[in-house]
Design a protein around this ligand. Structure first.
Ligand code: GRF
Length: 635
């Protein structure tokens, strides 16, 4: 469990009919957790979680366990359960089924109406089942998987619905069946249960309040995903746009010219609100050290610390990291402001690239320039001109040092990975569409659309795995002690995979499609990252395909038109699409454009053609003056 503040004791009722090994594991887990008032001494402390047992079986061994563990228990015949529970239902925060051999009728399930405020369709009843649901429902699930010669099986914790073993899945953990005999397999499954169930119960009882920083479509998608999590207490949003501020409580941050002070004040406010986790969307706060500041206040952060944000914030730092660790990247040379006075240096360097690689180099600002600090000059003259412009400060300090890079050719893909300091887990690769116009023509933008998973060959898949392993080893070797996201911008060349750049955050618009594929609860993953225990969980991705299309405002990326009324947003519902808002704001209760990228239309499903059809139908129905979008996403 991520560090949580302001804990209040909770109470649960465990339902069991038989052996009760899960019951015992839960009791023992919480025995070591006590809640103390004020003086923190053991006196004045009580159990953080009070536990009671109810059983429908007078002879169940679980009763002996309850006696031994000093847990109050009730023997209640199943036909009397409703009357027993009804007057007591509000005493309990959670009803935990652990080998309760009865199917609960709706009447009883209704007693567990969910007290949450986030519209989750769940109730207070949870169950543990010894298979990877939806496979092998009902009795003898371990045996069923064993006899079916499954390669892997596992454990599922889920909310209880009236159909057996079918409620929303909360967490799963898998196990390779290998050559285990049935008893060995059963034993291994129970071991997983005894660890997973208490942990999930703890996370459900002591939910996390989260602060999400950022106001674009990426943050809208993250906020949407987080607000569906059963582990969420309250979602707070720093400066969300008006298109998604309804998903949480807004914390306004008005920059004062001193970002460190702004972040310190924000962290103090967060602490006072019992927020225990910060998730950072955009890059600038990372460069400015928001992570270090929040961590000093005892708040976990999903986002790199200042030191490691430099993998994105300084291209030369990233190059050194890659070269030291044998990660393939374009060869490069550095030019600095002082080279302006040594004109032949610039000319010689450009000539070096044209003679060695038969192509002009790519020009990159060393520092961060809002994704705009990269140029691919077409002529020698233009290259010379751009180099001069950059060094003279076209992007301020960010371009007073530049990299000239060997130009690489191939398909680009984005690999977004979770990182906790020792474990790296990646999403399927995505493709984004960076240029403004169809067929990758026009200006570079923040991204005009994305698809996931990116289409890559079996050989490329293997290379990607090798790259991931190399990245992981490099991060371990360099002691990259941050908890967050690392995004690799990759290019698949004929000589293998090369890194074009690192971002230390979720990609935009990639996130909007990648979250569609994520089946494991996002906040559960973030909690595990914060605890540096990412290795303990399985992260599952669906086999679906997802796509997003950006609707932008006329004049994007240079001078987008603002204040234009956006009509017909309901079209999204009609075609089963989601909308994530970026540059919008409220004006007289209606949304108007307020930036270049206005919104994302997102859909996932089994058939790419159908997804794209629905996205494009939605795109043509949504109306605002000067609407622009690419017509070739996914083609
Ligand atoms: C467990 O395997 C659990 O998954 C299932 O029933 C079994 C209960 O075992 N729902 P125990 O009574 O906790 O030992």
């Amino acid at each position: 469990m991520a560090q949580k503040q302001g804990l209040k004791p909770k109470k649960i009722l465990i339902f069991a009919s038989g052996n009760g090994s899960n019951f015992e594991a839960i009791v023992k887990h919480f025995n070591s957790k006590v809640f103390c008032t004020q003086n923190k001494q053991k006196t004045g402390c009580k159990r953080l979680v009070e536990i009671e047992l109810v059983t429908d079986n007078k002879n169940a061994p679980v009763i002996e366990r309850a006696k031994k563990l000093d847990i109050p228990y009730y023997y209640v015949k199943f036909e009397d359960l409703y009357d027993f529970l009804k007057p007591k239902k509000d005493e309990y925060n959670l009803f935990v089924l652990a080998g309760y051999m009865r199917i609960l009728p709706e009447k009883i399930l209704k007693l567990g109406a969910w007290p949450g405020t986030h519209g989750q369709k769940q109730n207070k009843f949870i169950n543990i089942h010894p298979s990877l649901l939806p496979k092998f429902k009902g009795k003898n699930a371990i045996r069923q998987a064993f006899e079916a010669n499954e390669e892997k099986t596992g454990v599922t914790i889920h909310f209880v619905e009236k159909n057996v073993d079918s409620g929303k899945i909360i967490a799963q953990k898998s196990l390779p069946t290998g050559k285990k005999t049935l008893p060995v397999l059963e034993d291994a499954i129970h071991k997983i249960e005894h660890k997973l169930y208490p942990e999930i119960i703890e996370n459900l009882l002591f939910k996390t309040s989260v602060l999400l920083f950022g106001g674009g479509a990426r943050e809208h998608a993250l906020a949407q995903k987080l607000s569906n999590s059963p582990f969420l207490d309250t979602l707070y949003l720093v400066n969300p746009n008006d298109g998604f501020k309804n998903l949480g409580e807004t914390l306004e941050l008005i920059p004062n010219g001193d970002s460190a002070k702004d972040y310190k004040d924000l962290a103090k406010k967060a602490r006072a609100l019992n927020i225990s986790m910060l998730i950072v969307g955009p890059e600038n706060p990372l460069f400015e050290g928001i992570t270090d500041i929040f961590q000093n206040e005892g708040i976990s952060v999903i986002g790199a610390n200042k030191k490691w944000a430099a993998l994105e914030g300084s291209k030369s730092f990233a190059k050194t990291f890659m070269q030291k660790n044998g990660i393939k990247t374009a060869s490069y040379k550095i030019l600095e402001e002082k080279d302006l006075t040594l004109a032949h240096n610039i000319k010689d360097t450009l000539q070096y690239f044209t003679s060695k690689y038969q192509a002009l180099p790519v020009i990159k600002a060393d520092g961060a320039a809002l994704g705009k600090g990269v140029e691919l000059p077409e002529t020698f003259k233009k290259a010379k001109f751009s180099v001069n412009e950059f060094l003279k400060g076209k992007f301020g300090k960010a371009s007073k040092k530049i990299l000239l890079e060997e130009r690489l050719f191939g398909k680009e893909i984005s690999l977004v990975s979770f990182w906790d300091g020792k474990t790296l887990v990646s999403f399927p690769p995505a493709s984004d569409y960076k240029r403004l116009l169809d067929n990758n023509k026009g200006k570079n933008t923040g991204g005009m659309g994305a698809i996931a998973p990116a289409k890559i060959s079996a050989k490329e898949k293997k290379q990607l795995k090798e790259y991931e392993n190399a990245l992981k080893s490099a991060l371990i070797k360099e002691k990259a002690d941050f908890t967050g996201i690392i995004y690799s911008g990759l290019i698949l060349t004929k000589n293998g995979i090369y890194v074009l750049e690192y971002n230390m955050r979720f990609g935009d618009p990639e996130t909007q499609v990648l979250l569609e594929l994520l089946e494991t609860d996002l906040l559960y993953i973030f909690n595990k990252i914060a605890e540096k225990k990412l290795d303990e969980i399985d992260i599952k991705f669906s086999q679906k395909k997802a796509s997003s299309l950006v609707l932008a405002s006329k004049g994007y990326p240079d001078n987008p038109k603002k204040g234009v009324l956006i009509k017909n947003l309901d079209a999204a519902k009609k075609y089963g699409c989601k909308i994530y808002f970026a540059g919008v704001k409220n004006s007289e209760n209606e949304l108007v454009t307020n930036g270049g990228r206005v919104l994302n239309i997102v859909k996932s499903g089994n058939y790419k053609k159908k997804i794209l059809e629905d996205i494009y139908k939605t795109a043509s129905d949504i109306a605002f003056d000067g609407k622009i979008f690419r017509k070739d996403i996914g083609k």
